[in-house]
Write a protein that binds this ligand. Structure first.
Ligand code: NAD
Length: 112
């Protein structure tokens, strides 16, 4: 990561309550970003904020379902209100992939 470029920037990480989103958000906080963790679970997001703070970054948690446009607009406005801008968007939120067994695909890749 280009630490100089990211220092002081504002990053929004969707799905930041756990997993890859949390890891990216904490890493961004570690290089000086202010991070907004967009989440569906306040308890998990609070842990992300705490971790980001331990790495020296300023962070907030914003409850928002990214499938809902009014919620997304509200969250974006909240980030700008709090941090003044958005410089980085990590569009990470999604439902976890189903675990697919190797026996559920045929040799040609068609679903069985
Ligand atoms: N883990 C993998 O092996 C893998 C592989 C390829 C791609 N990905 C992608 O990487 C991203 C993160 O993966 P992960 O393993 O950390 O997933 P995860 O399920 O651990 O975390 C996803 C986070 O996104 C949040 N989320 C889901 N839907 C949301 C919504 N509508 N609005 C707001 N938040 C929402 C969840 O609450 C959760 O906190 C996902 O987009 C996933 O598809 C993951």
């Amino acid at each position: 990561m280009n630490e100089k470029f990211l220092n002081g920037r504002v990053a929004v990480v969707t799905g930041g309550g756990r997993g890859i989103g949390r890891a990216i958000g904490v890493a961004l906080a570690g290089v000086g970003c202010k991070v907004a963790f967009v989440h569906l679970d306040s308890t998990m997001a609070a842990e992300s904020v705490e971790l980001a703070s331990k790495f020296g970054g300023e962070a907030i948690a914003l409850s928002c379902d990214v499938r809902d446009e009014p919620q997304v607009k509200r969250a974006a406005a909240d980030v700008v209100k709090r941090f003044g801008a958005v410089h980085v968007l990590v569009n990470n939120a999604a439902r976890r992939f189903a675990r697919i067994s190797s026996t559920s695909l045929s040799m040609s890749g068609a679903w069985l």
